[in-house]
Design a protein around this ligand. Structure first.
Ligand code: GRG
Length: 307
């Protein structure tokens, strides 16, 4: 394990990401094109958010997992693109006035600010359904076995539904309005709102790379841990950034309304939890040896990021 972690530390993650993201961007651009004048508006709205320069962590993880089991980038790409479409639609809907009511996303006006709430809702719906179409169509053209394609689509569906993004968001809304949110509830929210899509990214990548069910499970554990660790790290950054900005000692934000990991576990407790999740995640992919280096390096980046 130590040797692998050292190799992941020395790994040129920036170079790896730059190369993979370039391929993902090209595939995203090709995935939705306006072919008739009647669809100009909705396609413009879909492309506006899909091509707005996210980090592309999820599609890169799908490709990395596929390659870890000996599969190719081309095999993973349609599913990787489908997952970025789902992620994008979740952000469009999350920014709507009925949800977080945000005017800015990645430094640009949000979809509904540019196209109106009505078109933004429909662009999100269209991205969601196009994701399934794209996964089916692109994977068939890439020569993926039909039963693997069906399993990928089934997993995508599950990750969006009641035990996925949508369910996680509803539970989050319910908890916003109540006091005394427990650690189990907080973890349920993040497992479904955030970790599920990372889990499906890595699990479908593994399946497309030819992994057996036991290996797919290992990948799920890896991604779920990283997803929660991402959220714990986010909460920690919120506290430390806030206290730095205010020139006060860490912990300033602990009694704000929102329930966070530092609020429930203390700042040191939350740091220890992020580290525990990171170690457990790495342990899940250590058995794959050198092939796991890109995933380990991505995990490290997610947990240790400073902003
Ligand atoms: C799924 C039907 C359906 C509706 C959407 C709004 C909603 C339900 C769910 C909320 C999902 C959400 C916004 C989760 C937070 C996920 C998260 C960690 C986003 C930030 O991801 P990054 O950092 O973003 O990968 P970039 O900008 O890099 O893509």
């Amino acid at each position: 394990k130590d040797t692998l972690v050292a190799a992941a530390e020395a790994f040129d993650l920036q170079g790896y990401f730059a190369k993979k993201v370039q391929a993902v961007e090209k595939a995203l651009d090709a995935s939705i094109q306006c072919t008739t004048p009647e669809t100009k508006k909705i396609v413009e709205s879909m492309r506006y958010s899909l091509l707005a320069g996210g980090k592309r962590v999820r599609p890169v993880m799908t490709i990395a997992a596929c390659e870890m089991f000996g599969g190719s980038e081309a095999t993973a790409m349609p599913t990787a693109v489908a997952i970025e479409m789902i992620h994008t639609m979740s952000l469009i809907h999350d920014d709507l006035p009925a949800m977080d009511d945000d005017d800015l996303r990645r430094g640009s006006p949000t979809n509904h600010v540019v196209f109106g709430d009505d078109v933004a809702i429909l662009a999100g719906d269209a991205l969601l359904s196009t994701s399934f179409e794209h996964c089916a169509d692109g994977s068939t053209k890439a020569g993926v076995e039909p039963k693997v394609i069906v399993e990928c689509i089934r997993r995508l569906g599950e990750a969006v539904g009641a035990v996925g993004l949508a369910g996680g968001q509803v539970m989050d809304l319910e908890c916003e309005a109540k006091q005394g949110v427990t650690l189990d509830e907080l973890t349920w929210i993040h497992t479904h709102k955030t970790a599920k899509l990372l889990e499906v990214s890595v699990a479908t990548g593994a399946l497309l790379g030819g992994a057996n069910p036991r290996d797919v499970k290992q990948c799920e554990t890896f991604a779920n841990d990283i997803g929660i660790a991402f959220q714990v790290a986010d909460d920690i950054l919120d506290v430390t950034a806030t206290s730095e900005a205010l020139g006060k000692t860490a912990g300033k934000d602990l009694d704000a309304d929102k329930t966070t990991y530092p609020k429930l576990m203390g700042l040191d407790g939350a740091r220890a939890e992020a580290e525990r999740l990171y170690q457990e995640a790495i342990d899940s992919v250590v058995p794959y040896g050198e092939a796991a280096i890109p995933l380990i390096a991505i995990a490290k980046y997610i947990v240790e990021r400073k902003s």
